[in-house]
Design a protein around this ligand. Structure first.
Ligand SMILES: C[S@@+](CC[C@H](N)C(=O)[O-])C[C@H]1O[C@@H](n2cnc3c(N)ncnc32)[C@H](O)[C@@H]1O
Length: 212
């Protein structure tokens, strides 16, 4: 599916977030990456968060299982190491990284507790995790959000070449844990100091934690 949407992924991101996704990625990178860190961006897709991690001072490895997404990522930075691999069985020894980021990726990982445990495994003790993803807002924005994700996003996807896979997005958001539930799952995977902040009126959450 991600191979199929690779071509439209970046323009869809810009349109769906009204151009705000760049700012969220920068804030995620700045929250967890320190200058000189070895950083993994898991589920890196077309590489925008990996590039933000590099700008924040990291030496970055981006990993994704979709070759087509990685093709796009490779064009954005020659100094990032781009690796094709599975986030559920990361091809790195224990304690390889100082920081790990995941942008709009954990929602798609089929076994979330196992995926989070893998992220913990490849972090050094004290290493930092940043998880940026869509979440379900409460209160006044909720009905607008339902119309946006359940009706407009699939319609927009169908209008773009290769974008029909965007019909997956509403379902993937609906089955994803709420921000407090995701914080609990991150804690259960072996992270301390777990916290989250919400962006865009609660539509996007940035979870952070420290490897115990
Ligand atoms: C919605 S995209 C996010 C891309 C990018 N991180 C961003 O911020 O735009 C989700 C990505 O997760 C990747 N993905 C999903 N499950 C994966 C897994 N188990 N291992 C590696 N990549 C995975 C997909 O191939 C896809 O590129």
């Amino acid at each position: 599916m991600f191979d199929a949407i690779a071509r439209v992924y970046d323009p869809m991101n810009r349109v769906l977030t009204a151009g705000l996704d760049g700012r969220w990625r920068r804030r995620a990178a700045e929250a967890v990456v320190r200058s000189g860190d070895r950083v993994l961006d898991a589920c890196c897709g077309t590489g925008d968060l990996a590039v933000a991690d590099e700008r924040a001072g990291g030496t970055v490895t981006g990993l994704d299982f979709s070759e087509r997404m990685l093709e796009r990522a490779r064009r954005k930075s020659a100094s990032i190491e781009w690796v094709q691999g599975d986030a559920l069985a990361l091809p790195f020894p224990d304690g390889s990284f100082d920081a790990v980021t995941v942008g709009f990726g954990v929602r798609n990982v089929v076994d979330l507790p196992r995926g989070l445990a893998e992220l913990r495994r490849v972090l050094k003790p004290g290493g930092r995790l940043g998880v940026l993803d869509i979440t379900t807002p409460r209160g006044i924005l909720r009905p607008f959000y339902r119309v946006w994700f359940d009706r407009l996003v699939p319609l927009l996807g169908k209008a773009l070449p290769g974008g029909s896979a965007y019909t997956y997005l509403p379902a993937s958001v609906r089955r994803f844990p709420s921000a407090p539930e995701l914080a609990d799952l991150i804690r259960a995977a072996g992270f301390d100091q777990v916290d989250y902040r919400l962006f865009a009126g609660g539509i996007v959450a940035l979870h952070t934690g420290m490897a115990a």
